[in-house]
Structures are given as C-alpha cells and as structure tokens.
Design a protein around this ligand. Structure first.
Ligand SMILES: *Cc1c(COP(=O)(O)O)cnc(C)c1O
Length: 343
C-alpha cells in the first residue's frame, strides 16, 4: 500500500475472485463458467468484427433491441454493462445507501458495498442454507438477492420474490439472475408490474461468454435512466464492439443455447444423484454448480488430483465445497477421484 492511500480505501478488502490457473491438465471447476463456450455461430460473427479503430455504439442499440425482443421488453428497459458486476456496482452506488442481503451469498456484494462506503446488513440463511423470504419483508433498505443464490444453488420461486416486492413498495429490490437460465423462475416477466424491481443478468454463465464481459440490467425505464446516468459518467464505452456483436449472435443461435443448457442441467442432476449415492449431502441446485458437503479435506483431495473447485472458509458453509458442472466426461473424472478417496 502506498502512503497516498488514505481514508476508507486503506481499509478496503478487495473481492477475491476464483483462481484462473494456467497449470496444464488442471480441471477447472471453480468459477462457474460454461464448459461449452459460446458456440460456432458466435465465434463466426466475432471474426467479422474488424473496425476496431472506431468506438463501439455507446447505446449498443442493435444488441439492446435483440435482447429486448428476446425478453418482450422495450429497449429503454435495458442497459448493457461490462459484466453484471459493473451493473451491480452502479446499482449499489445509486440505490445502495442502505443495503440488505443474505450473510451467505455472492461475495462481491459486501465488498462492493464497503468500497462505495454504503451501509449493509447481512441476514443469516435458515438452517437448510435457504433464504427465508420473510426476512426481507419491510426491509427498510435496498434488498439484494441472487436467485438462484450462490454458492448454494438454491432458488426462491417467482411468487416468493413477488411477495418480497409487495412488502417493500418503498425499497428497491435487486434480483441477480446470474444463474436463472439453469432452471429457476425469472422475474423479468414482472418488470412492467413492479417499479421497485431491478433484474441483473449476465452472459458469463449460461451463454459461455465470461471472457467478453457482458451483463444486462432489466427494469422499468426510469430505473434504467438512473443507471445509464452513472454508467455514462463513468465509462460510456464499457461494452466493447465484440461484446455487442456477441449479444446479438448468441441470441440468434437459440438452438445452441438451449442444447448446452439442457446438457449442463442433465449432467448436474446426474452428478448430484451419483454423489448422493456415494453418501455425500448435495443441496438441490438450480444453477450450473452444486454445493456438496465435504469441506477443506475434500477440496484438498480434489486439488491434489488436479481438480480445482471452490472452498469458502466461512461459517456456516465451511463444511461445503462448490463444484461447477463441467462436461459429462469431466464430471465422471470428479466422481472417479471422489470414489478413490473412499477406496
Ligand atoms: C458470476 C456472477 C456474477 C458476475 O457475472 P459477470 O457478468 O461475469 O460480472 C454476478 N452475480 C453472481 C451471483 C455470479 O455468480
């Protein structure tokens, strides 16, 4: 730390993302990326992007129009960002003077809130590691929920979140749907009904585009205007030309999108059953990862065998590891290595 860093910034602990190691042969199941990538159509369209001397369209109009059509929204109900993390950060700045979120959730929330000097309250999960919706009624603060939640993979139903929205007419409710495509119910169809709802989605997980950094904020027009104001004050060109083309191309190839999601979901359910058969407790995931009781010892065992998964040294989840769902072959390797642990 330099001697020029003062005040709150000298106290801030940065978010620690999952490792991106370069070790050959390592099976990387620690950051919930897609094992399939974006698909041939997207790669082909990306290859056509050549005019890099020009700035991208700051409004991303074509990409936004395509995404609006996909969700049956108006283009002015969508803002694209450099990953959903950027949009979450903007939302925390403009609506986050007081925040409330689960004590176990996406680790970016408390870190970002602290970085911007915002106050936040963390609510414990229930005894099954689930979010109890009633804990968020009359919150008196901006509610932030990942649905499905990370790292548990457990989801609330649309009805349960609707209840939270109705019990918070004067508070913003931010729903982070990073994993929603893997089986949970999206709140996007209710955007016209609730002026306190802000949905954040990403192209990093289900659309296999983590490396291009694409997120979307979806809400009523006034909220999108608020967010655009801060985005344009910060970096109007934060979404690259390639990212904008990838949004369009990914939405064009819906067959590939559906096929890869079905593959991940089938593999997840198959892997969960196999793990349970081996005696492991596995939470009922609706995401592209599973939360398995095994703890640091299991994490170490997998790591020694060249499989990288995520471990959180935090109560009450210190007995769990989070395993991203890879291809069927990759998950067979995880099972084999797991079985050997007990041989
Ligand atoms: C991965 C993840 C994000 C971040 O997505 P980016 O669009 O890559 O920034 C946001 N929220 C949750 C809960 C995530 O797991």
């Amino acid at each position: 730390m330099s001697r020029f860093l003062t005040g709150k910034w000298s106290q801030i602990k940065a978010y620690v993302p999952g490792e991106q190691p370069k070790e050959p042969g390592l099976l990387k199941l620690n950051t919930n990326e897609s094992p399939f990538g974006p698909g041939p159509h997207v790669l082909e369209r990306l290859g056509e992007v050549v005019d890099f001397q020009r700035y991208p369209d700051p409004g991303g109009h074509r990409a936004v129009r395509a995404l609006a059509d996909y969700h049956s929204l108006e283009p002015n109900q969508i803002l694209l960002g450099n990953g959903s993390d950027e949009l979450l950060a903007f939302a925390f700045v403009v609506y986050g003077e007081n925040l409330v979120f689960p004590q176990i959730t996406y680790g970016f929330y408390p870190v970002t809130a602290a970085a911007f000097g915002q106050k936040f309250r963390e609510i414990p999960l229930d005894e099954n590691l689930a979010v109890d919706p009633e804990d968020y009624y009359r919150a008196g603060a901006t509610v932030v929920l990942a649905n499905p939640n990370a790292p548990t993979g457990l989801a609330l139903s649309r009805d349960q979140i609707q209840r939270i929205l109705e019990k918070n007419p004067h508070n913003m409710v931010i729903i982070d749907e990073a994993y929603v495509d893997f089986g949970a119910q999206s709140l996007v169809p209710l955007i016209d009904e609730y002026d306190n709802l802000l949905v954040i989605q990403t192209f990093s997980k289900s659309r296999g585009l983590a490396g291009l950094r694409i997120g979307a904020a979806l809400a009523q027009r006034e909220i999108i205007e608020d967010l655009r104001k801060i985005k344009d004050s910060f970096n109007p060109y934060s979404v690259s030309k390639e990212a904008l083309v990838a949004v369009e191309a990914s939405l064009e190839d819906s067959d590939y999108f559906k096929r890869t999601i079905r593959e991940v979901v089938d593999t997840r359910d198959w892997f969960s059953e196999k793990m349970r058969a081996l005696g492991y407790q596995v939470l009922d995931s609706q995401a592209n990862f599973v939360f398995v009781k095994g703890g640091k010892a299991y994490w170490n065992h997998l790591r020694k065998e060249g499989i990288l998964v995520r471990y959180f040294e935090k109560r009450p989840i210190e007995e769990y590891v989070r395993i991203t769902i890879g291809t069927r072959e990759e998950m067979k390797r995880v099972l084999k290595v797991t079985e050997e642990r007990h041989a």
